[in-house]
Design a protein around this ligand. Structure first.
Ligand code: GLU
Length: 291
């Protein structure tokens, strides 16, 4: 039997909460049950929001919970050159384009459209899709604006990417935490429009770094929260474009706050450090998250 490889991939931009605890403990349980590997990856490409202090807090919380992982830990901020090489390939293949519109310009474009009675499409998170204006800019104009130092992000031309791949995409989703059976899920990357794959100063984005690293680290089983379920469609498209293997997925239930809402890193009371400070033990955390 081939070795199963799991990973937990937190972003050190705040304190870990009960939702992270559930995710990490579930990955640990599944790795142990299958004699598999468990990797820890620090997703810190956002160098303004991710700090060494938060990272130290994340590692301390995970150790306290009893998580073990292989060293060295992959820290995404140390691999920008690798992401850049792949981004350059996407640029050469004209599968990405520089997108110059500011948030305000996007808002104005959409308000204008909707005033004329046309509903502008939203992505699964409710964010309006990026307008098609910049995709139509001639090469010369793109170059002029870049040389002019105008701010921009590299966006995936999802239509061109799908045409390049030339087939419908799906992924294998486990039906429950026993990981005994999967069902196929249709990938719908178009629902997200032309997503950002890199910034001008950071040569990657969450989607690009996550698919590259999962492949590079040989992750076979991606177990993460339900909130990333539909984003998987974009990641499947990138895997296919880049010729990467496809892992199997399990998107687990989310731990909700007392108000029934998803936990966020700014909610102090469900933070692991706060719970530990109030006297909770790792077993208490397991009980609270139902593991
Ligand atoms: N870094 C992401 C987060 O903290 C998780 C990415 C993933 O599991 O694919 O939300």
């Amino acid at each position: 039997m081939t070795l199963l490889t799991f990973r937990f991939a937190p972003s050190p931009n705040g304190d870990l909460h009960l939702g992270h605890a559930y995710s990490t403990l579930l990955n640990q349980k599944l790795a142990n049950a299958s004699d598999g590997r468990l990797l820890l990856r620090i997703e810190d490409i956002d160098t303004t929001r991710c700090t060494p202090q938060f990272e130290a807090g994340v590692l301390a919380d995970l150790k306290w919970l009893g998580l073990g992982w292989e060293e060295p830990v992959r820290r995404q901020s140390e691999h920008f050159a690798e992401y850049k090489a792949v981004l350059d390939r996407l640029i050469r293949e004209e599968l990405v384009y520089p997108a110059f519109m500011s948030r305000g310009e996007i808002r104005a474009f959409i308000t204008d459209c909707e005033k004329r009675g046309r509903d502008w499409p939203r992505d699964p998170d409710g964010v309006p899709l990026y307008p098609p204006t910049d995709k139509a800019l001639p090469m010369r104009e793109r170059k002029r604006r870049i040389d002019d130092n105008q701010p921009f992000a590299w966006r995936l031309d999802v239509g061109a990417a799908l045409a390049h791949v030339g087939k419908g995409l799906a992924w294998a989703e486990f039906t429950d935490e026993t990981l005994s059976a999967t069902r196929p899920v249709e990938a719908r990357p178009r629902d997200w429009g032309d997503v950002i794959v890199a910034r001008r100063d950071i040569p990657t984005s969450y989607h690009l770094a996550v698919v590259m690293d999962d492949a590079l680290q040989g992750v076979s089983h991606i177990v993460r929260g339900q909130d990333l379920f539909s984003a998987t469609g974009v990641q499947r498209l990138l895997q296919e474009l880049l010729g990467l293997p496809q892992p199997a997925y399990f998107h687990h239930r989310l731990i909700l706050g007392p108000d029934g809402r998803k936990l966020s890193k700014s909610l102090g009371d469900s933070g692991l450090a706060a719970l530990r400070g109030a006297g909770a033990s790792p077993d208490d955390i397991r009980r609270i998250v139902g593991l």
